[in-house]
Write a protein that binds this ligand. Structure first.
Ligand code: SIN
Length: 537
């Protein structure tokens, strides 16, 4: 982008949240979407499972609500849960109308009432709408094509947001509010000032803060860190969801084996063949994710093995290839025929249930700054997200944020000339990129070892001391050298690591995804969200 265009809305991120919001609002606003690499590179693209929605006559909103509340372990906002669940069927209809090709029941059309429904952990019914095992890729395909065709939307690839611009930072009176973002054009190295009436964070999650993750490389918590620095309230960062089944193979970087595989009857076993999940929960292999991930962690610590195994060898090759083509083919590329061989799996960081806190319209505590998708904390997931509820959440809140935006736009003026350009100061080109990789690796290692599936006071304290040191070093480096995407991501990664550690230290109980050996029980005193806010803001 050479000349920043005048925008009504700046959207940061090109996953389902940013794209669906943009399409919903674009008939009424000039929209710019920035994305730090190519547009299709998003966590959405990797979503295998699907979207949870009540579409079967055997199912009910109440059952979906109750399953969500049970997984959320006392911390869901029930009003939000009902709001989201009740809008599920309408959202699926909207996607079908846009052209998303969900799998239909045999010989039926793919209208919303004829869709094939999968099952995943924690769901008492089949309610996962999917496109084989590549639902996210299909969503991105359709939404990106629609975005490209819309005259009011401009998409800027290779543009990495640095910080939200606020009136406070820009020295503009009249109340603290968001007015756009500073953005690095990674092709020119220039930092642009993009002003907008509404700024929407849709930048996804922060899985890269952990050594092992199912997330793509772009998931560095950028929106959470930017929201925090801008002064927006952040909630519940301690609730990091570890997906129980990531393929364990030296060459298979972060490849997810969908929970839908267990939904279709695959069984977790130890190396000696023992099906261990029934010893941990009544729902056995389909227990909520926190239970399954901790059970695997316990089994691995007990046996000293590198992985457990997912057994789908009772499937026919036809079923495997038809329902799970991506997983079948990827495993086969590593010499694993899933209809003959058990799949070696380990848990990996997958989804952050906390984030920038928003109201029911998707607006953060900072006026005109919205957050939708994994970057946000809406109150839906509580202490543990129910599988496939997050794409639904992104759709419902994107639609709500679009409605709120349309109402708000006529009353917003954006200050123009008074907003300062990015101040580069004396920054020079860095000749020591090794500092970035060293700090990045250090954070990911200690987060995995000290702030992972099982935590303790001692480990959290060790992690806190390390992140404090690293943050000092990174801040120094940040102002001395010219910005690159790597440096921006490192600074953001350090902020989100710090937020996770701080939140985990505050929660002196075990609940949902947060488990500490020092407080192994739930404690009613902590039946509340963990709130973090920038202390100088
Ligand atoms: C999966 O397919 O297991 C992932 C679904 C989700 O995380 O919601």
């Amino acid at each position: 982008m050479s000349q920043p265009p005048a925008l009504d809305v700046l959207v940061i991120g090109s996953g389902i949240a940013g794209l669906f919001y943009s399409l919903s609002v674009a008939d009424h606003a000039r929209v710019g979407i920035i994305t730090k690499r190519s547009a299709a590179e998003s966590a959405t693209s990797r979503a295998q499972g699907g979207i949870a929605a009540v579409l079967s006559h055997e199912d009910s909103f109440e059952e979906h609500v109750q399953d969500t509340l049970t997984a959320g372990a006392g911390l869901c906002n029930e009003k939000v849960v009902r709001h989201v669940v009740e809008r599920g069927p309408k959202m699926i209809e909207a996607l079908v109308a846009l052209g998303v090709d969900f799998d239909a029941q045999e010989q039926k059309s793919n209208s919303a009432d004829h869709l094939e429904l999968g099952r995943e952990g924690g769901h008492g019914r089949r309610r996962i709408v999917h496109h084989r095992d590549a639902t996210g890729r299909e969503l991105e395909r359709v939404l990106l094509a629609r975005v490209a065709a819309h005259p009011n939307i401009r998409l800027f690839e290779d543009h990495c947001a640095v910080d939200v611009i606020t009136t406070e930072k820009a020295g503009i009176p009249g109340g603290h509010r968001a007015i756009g973002a500073y953005v690095l054009d990674t092709r020119t190295g220039k930092i642009l000032k993009i002003l907008s009436k509404i700024t929407l964070l849709a930048s996804g999650g922060n899985g890269k803060v952990y050594l092992y993750t199912t997330n793509p490389d772009i998931s560095t918590g950028d929106g959470m860190a930017m929201g925090y620095r801008a002064g927006a309230a952040i909630r519940n960062m301690e609730f990091m969801q570890f997906h129980p089944t990531c393929l364990y193979h030296p060459l298979a970087k972060s490849f997810l084996i969908s929970e839908a595989v267990r939904g279709e009857g695959a069984i977790l076993r130890t190396r000696d063949g023992h099906a261990f999940m029934s010893g941990y929960h009544d729902m056995a292999d389909l227990a909520p994710r926190d239970i399954v991930a901790r059970a695997i962690d316990t089994e691995l610590k007990r046996s000293g093995d590198d992985s457990v195994f997912l057994d789908a060898t009772h499937w026919s090759p036809k079923f495997a290839l038809n329902r799970f083509p991506t997983i079948s083919e990827r495993c086969l590329s590593f010499g694993i025929d899933i209809t003959k061989d058990q799949i070696p799996v380990v848990p990996a960081a997958h989804y952050c249930c906390g984030g920038v806190h928003t109201d029911i319209h998707g607006e953060s505590s900072l006026l005109n700054l919205f957050a939708v998708g994994e970057v946000a904390h809406t109150g839906l997931h509580g202490a543990n997200r129910l599988a496939s509820n997050s794409l639904l959440e992104a759709l419902v809140f994107a639609a709500a944020a679009s409605e709120a935006t349309q109402k708000r736009l006529p009353s917003i003026d954006v200050p123009g000339a008074q907003v300062p350009d990015w101040e580069e100061g004396e920054a020079t080109e860095s000749d020591e990129a090794v500092i970035i990789t060293q700090n990045w690796d250090e954070i990911r290692h200690f987060m995995w070892n000290y702030v992972g599936i099982v935590r303790s006071d001692k480990r959290l304290e060790r992690a806190r001391r390390r992140i404090e040191l690293l943050q000092d070093e990174i801040t120094q480096y940040y102002w001395d050298f010219k910005l690159t995407t790597d440096l921006i991501e490192l600074r953001n990664l350090a902020v989100v690591a710090r937020l996770i550690i701080d939140a985990a230290q505050k929660r002196q109980e075990s609940r949902g995804l947060h488990y500490t050996v020092d407080f192994p029980q739930r404690n009613d005193l902590y039946q509340k969200d963990t709130l973090l806010c920038r202390s100088d803001g």
